[in-house]
Write a protein that binds this ligand. Sequence first.
Ligand code: HPA
Length: 270
Amino acid sequence: MNKIKKTAQFLINEFGEIPSVAVILGSGFNKVTESFTDVKSLHYDEIDGFPISTVPGHKGELVVGKLNGVKVMAFCGRFHYYEGYSMQEIAFPIRVIAAAGVETLILTNASGGINESFEAGDLAVITDHIKFFDESPLRGENYDEIGPRFPDMTYAYDLSLSAIAKNEAMKLEIPLKRGVYAFMSGPSFETPAEIRALRVMGADMVGMSTVPECITAVHAGLKVLGISCVCNMAAGILDKPLSHEEVIAAGNAASDNAVKLLSAIVEKIA
Ligand code: HPA
């Protein structure tokens, strides 16, 4: 707890007033910070307790700047379980920004599409998630000061934020799907049999991030919006293998719309 408070105070000292909105940028959303003005950034290794991101295509910086005139904090590079971090390490930065004053967290990611009405390149609002993986970022001692032992997840993805995303996408004429995101720990992509099983369970997309962060954020009282870039159809749906390069390429192709949509959303919620 002390470490969380200490690091939160460090961010306040470095950045000054902390924005009320933070966004974690997944593949396809990385370019958002190119539209930032008045930028101040810190490398993760300058922030005590922050893990260091190791995935190609992820930078590893915490940035504060103005997007569309609105002050926003952005994580350029996120911490994935498959990189070897514990769930608690993944939780730490989220707890820190909540302690520093962030109120809304926008979680973005790249996913594989399970719902066959989705296509590679689609953006989708995350309405709910599935995590049948037995580790939780909240496992272990509960910090009552942060949140309850058994946090409610009924409205984990805030309904009014999702409605804002939908409206802004409509105004911009950006097609926006919606669906349930299933967390898989990776780093191997899923097998076709796993994807069939996830479909039966009600998943529309699958990915290797976001859910640990969402759980931590909800516990800490943050409002969460989830937006996914469907970068490929999940394993076995199309008759071809998956690759990380394909994910990155589709993310880049969807990037302009992702930036436009995020800018419009932050203007509405900040
Ligand atoms: N599976 C898991 N994670 C992913 C995928 C996928 O198909 N695409 C992008 N991230």
